[in-house]
Design a protein around this ligand. Structure first.
Ligand code: SF4
Length: 347
């Protein structure tokens, strides 16, 4: 396959060959020869070009539970891949070697067909853009998920959720129906990501649900950034207001990384947030990155029966009657098929 310039699909032309990218809410306005904040889109003579199309930094098969997605194709695996760059630049980024990087000089492109073929060959059930922000791979994702859909591969994004609504509509249309969305902060969190409108992330998660996609939220509680009582309350209340009680939330422990050296989140604070979430009425609240399987167990919100247990990102117990609790008949939100026959080593 011969690769030429890949023109981006979502941008508008302004005067004097200036363009505005409409992929994410940064909405970069670029003069000729300028590159966007995420380092992947270039204004070339009044056209927006996707420089990072198919330029991948990693490709590997990963369990869906690691994303984390606990209510989506349980126990399946997804061929997971990443590009370079980001539109946020969180100072605590665990993957800063990818997110803070520019595209390599000798960029080799991997055609979408190759990724789909590889996923099918190794028996993955889906495709997943992860590790760095998928907005950097946007035009590639549209082609890849469209192709994957034809081979019955699901499409998933692990994202900060800062896309424009139009961009999300095109992703869902292409076949991406699973989203693990990071809610990074709140209006009172002032020490980082100050130009981000965090409420737009909830707006987008709602939009995705309305478009028929599956969403789980991830709240990485970063010491000294978004862990104040105010912030916890804001995040949980917005979650409930926008997404309702049945959208799962993962309250995850942060560990010091890159330029953020504050101590990791105390378990006590994570459990307080979990209890607060439950008190507010959120039905599926998980505490992650602490290695305690009990905190990652799905229980029926009505009768308390254990329905799904997980260990090391694999499902070790699964007891559902279709999509219902076998004891009390409560409907449990699960998207996709439980992949019972998959045996992988526990990580
Ligand atoms: S995708 Fe990149 S270039 Fe486009 S608006 Fe977002 S940060 Fe800017």
């Amino acid at each position: 396959m011969i690769f030429v310039e890949f023109q981006a699909r979502l941008y508008e032309k302004l005067e004097d060959d200036i363009v505005r990218c409409l992929i994410c809410e940064r909405r970069c306005v670029l003069k000729p020869d300028q590159i966007g904040i995420c380092k992947n889109y270039l204004n070339s003579s009044g056209k927006l070009i996707h420089l990072g199309y198919g330029v991948l930094s990693a490709i590997e098969s990963r369990p869906i539970e690691i994303k984390p997605l606990f209510h989506y194709w349980p126990n399946s695996t997804a061929l997971t891949f990443s590009g370079y760059g980001c539109n946020f630049y969180c100072p605590w980024c665990q993957n800063h070697h990818l997110s803070f990087s520019s595209l390599p000089e000798d960029s080799k492109r991997i055609p979408p067909e190759s990724l789909v073929e590889h996923a099918l060959k190794i028996g993955d059930e889906g495709l997943c853009a992860s590790f760095n922000e998928p907005a950097t791979l946007y035009d590639y994702l549209l082609d890849l998920f469209e192709l994957g859909k034809r081979s019955n591969l699901y499409g998933v994004l692990v994202t900060n959720g800062y896309f424009t609504e139009k961009a999300l509509e095109k992703l869902v249309e292409a076949g991406a129906d699973g989203y693990s969305i990071d809610i990074k902060g709140c209006p009172s969190a002032r020490s980082a990501l100050t130009s981000i409108d965090h409420e737009k992330i909830f707006r987008n998660a709602r939009h995705l649900i309305d478009l028929g996609a599956h969403v789980e939220m991830v709240y990485l509680m970063v010491t000294g950034y978004n862990d104040s009582d105010d912030c916890v309350r804001w995040i949980l209340e917005k979650h409930l207001d926008y997404l309702g009680p049945d959208t799962p939330i993962h309250v995850n422990r942060y560990y010091p990384a890159h330029n953020w050296k504050k101590p990791s989140t105390p378990l006590r604070k994570l459990l307080m947030a979990r209890d607060e979430a439950r008190k507010l009425g959120i039905n599926y609240v998980y505490v992650g990155n602490v290695g305690l399987t009990d905190l990652e167990t799905t229980r029926c919100p009505k009768c308390g029966k254990i329905l799904i247990e997980r260990h090391g990102y694999r499902v070790t117990y699964y007891k559902l009657d279709g999509d219902k609790c076998p004891r009390c008949g409560q409907e449990i939100p699960i998207r996709g098929r439980y992949v019972s026959e998959k045996s992988l080593p526990i990580i």
